[in-house]
Write a protein that binds this ligand. Structure first.
Ligand code: FSO
Ligand code: SF4
Length: 529
């Protein structure tokens, strides 16, 4: 196998051999390559636009999402997905399969060609492929809420087509940045879908205490699944706790009105094998990040949508959560209330500082900057992961000066979101903007501040300190580059799929650089703007 799409890849080079660090086996990796090749074949078969249906786009989006890190470990599910892609292609170009003189134009792509290509071409095509895989996750969540964007859909096809086509560095670079441009539209679409369906997030305190009695833990990003589960568990004496990227759900008015949505259990995804060990409750995975379950809790793992693990009960599109509910009642939960704390000992966290909440205080913020009460903004955001070097982010936040604001989003925040950093002018110094997709909100805030000060985003006293793990972080990074944002600090290590030349390009044009030490980076960033 060969896979180098996430940050934990072996030796910052690539997972090879029988299995990857994430637990993905070689045969699964091979099937994911086959699925990607089949998707490129489908993209090549879409010339007759009158034949393309909503289902065509949904298949492409679902297929790409399936290959994101920690989503599907189930070969049967991936094989079924490949068959769906092939059947759709057959519907679009029925004559290709029995053509007597095949021209090869609609053929599936052999991913080995990409993995063995010239290193710069491979690097750029990888940025495109991994970027659209991440973007597909966002498009998928929006689709579930019946929100769609034609431009976003069409770009999936364009990008897949380019990956399967011989291209030069000069021709691929604009497509890499276009991934960022279209991902901004895709994140805007999901922001609209979430807020129009569930209301505008409001700052909300979330307890880390788990009450006695039966409960269910819900993890992942899909708010619709949480809504359906809340509806099906109402009045059944079962409490619901979010985990990982589901935490920001507490801030949505429609969801917080369910009184049995009690609090948050646990921290970020990489701690799940420890936190779920012997948990007296089932866990519902609505998206990544799923780690191979330990035997002590394997019987309580339930998956839905594209997430799948062999042996785990999968809740299908009928969305009947009865097996999860029965498991919660059978396990019974804790006998007494359990007061858990975050990584730094805090017993509650706060979320819901989306762009609307922050911008409702825009005047306060602008005045505080003008008076010098706020010297700097740091966006410390992104994924969490297992590497010890990720303590950098905790230390960074702890060391930010008391006249600075820290905005955060995605699951990396669990390293510091239970810290009390105090307030400036009535605003907390640490504000959680939501899931990784809410990077869209951070961009809105940055643009609004730049407008208020009549300068560019790069001239603001604002620094981006990002942590990455999987492919959604790739598309967000490309969006920031598309917007011309400079001097991003990226860690804990740089992606293995950046060749030296492409990395040089990013350094020279965008000033992107790896994290060093919190002390050094804070000093440099404060002096920079
Ligand atoms: Fe984290 Fe996992 Fe949201 Fe990623 S839960 S690592 S960036 O999937 O998606 O932040
Ligand atoms: Fe390795 Fe990451 Fe690929 Fe898993 S997703 S096989 S850990 S590079």
């Amino acid at each position: 196998m060969f896979c180098y799409q996430c940050e934990q890849t072996v030796s910052c080079a690539g997972c090879t051999g029988n299995a990857g660090v994430c637990g993905k086996k070689a045969d699964t990796a091979k099937l994911q390559d086959e699925l990607t090749g089949a998707l490129i074949g489908l993209a090549r078969s879409m010339d007759d636009t009158t034949m393309i249906s909503q289902n065509t786009w949904r298949i492409i989006i679902e297929g790409l999402f399936t290959t994101v890190t920690n989503v599907s470990f189930d070969n049967t599910a991936i094989e079924n997905m490949i068959q769906k892609v092939r059947a759709e292609k057959e519907r679009l170009v029925p004559n290709c399969s029995n053509c007597q003189a095949p021209c090869g134009r609609t053929e599936e792509y052999d991913m080995q060609k990409l993995w063995n290509d010239d290193e710069d071409i491979r690097s750029l095509k990888s940025l495109i492929l991994f970027g659209i895989r991440g973007m597909a996750a966002y498009a998928y969540h929006a689709n579930v809420l019946n929100y769609e964007d034609t431009e976003v859909n069409q770009f999936f096809r364009e990008a897949l087509f380019k990956i399967g086509y011989e291209e030069s560095v000069e021709r691929l670079l604009p497509t890499v940045l276009k991934v960022g441009e279209i991902n901004l539209k895709c994140m805007a679409l999901l922001d609209k879908a979430n807020t129009e369906t569930y209301g505008t997030p409001e700052p909300t305190d979330v307890t880390l205490t788990v009450e006695k009695g039966p409960f269910i833990v819900v993890t992942g990003h899909d708010l619709k699944d949480l809504q359906l589960l809340l509806e099906q568990t109402e009045g059944k004496g079962i409490n619901i706790y979010t985990h990982g990227e589901m935490l920001p759900a507490h801030a949505y008015p429609f969801l917080k009105k369910f009184s049995h949505l009690k609090g948050n259990f646990g921290t970020a995804w990489q701690n799940q094998q420890k936190e779920f060990d012997h948990l007296p409750a089932p866990i519902l995975y609505t998206t990544n990040c799923l780690m191979p379950p330990k035997s002590s809790y394997a019987d309580r793992v339930f998956t839905t949508e594209v997430v799948a693990f062999p042996g785990a009960v999968h809740i299908d599109e009928k969305k009947d959560f009865t097996p999860v509910i029965e498991k919660a009642l059978e396990l019974g939960g804790y006998k007494e209330n359990q007061i858990f704390s975050g990584i730094n000992g805090g017993t509650k966290v706060t979320t819901g500082f989306g762009h609307a909440a922050i911008l409702s205080h825009a005047n306060t913020v602008v005045d505080a900057v003008k008076s010098g009460a706020i010297r700097h903004f740091f966006l410390v955001a992104g994924c969490d992961g297992a590497k010890p070097g990720r303590n950098y982010y905790t230390e960074f936040v702890k060391q930010t000066p008391s006249d600075s604001i820290v905005l955060t989003l995605a699951c990396g925040k669990f390293r510091f979101n239970d810290l009390n950093l105090g307030e400036i002018g009535g605003l907390p110094r640490l504000m959680d903007m939501g899931q990784c997709n809410d990077a869209y909100g951070a961009i809105q805030v940055a643009v609004a501040l730049a407008d208020a000060f009549g300068c560019s985003v790069n001239e603001l006293p604002l620094s981006f300190v990002l942590s990455w793990y999987e492919q959604k972080a790739v598309c967000i990074l490309l969006t920031l580059l598309h917007l011309g944002i400079k001097n991003i600090r990226l860690g804990p290590s740089l992606p293995a799929f950046l060749s030296p030349n492409i990395l040089n390009f990013l350094v020279e044009n965008y000033g992107i650089s790896p994290i060093t030490t919190p002390e050094e980076d804070i000093k440099t960033l404060l002096n920079h703007n």
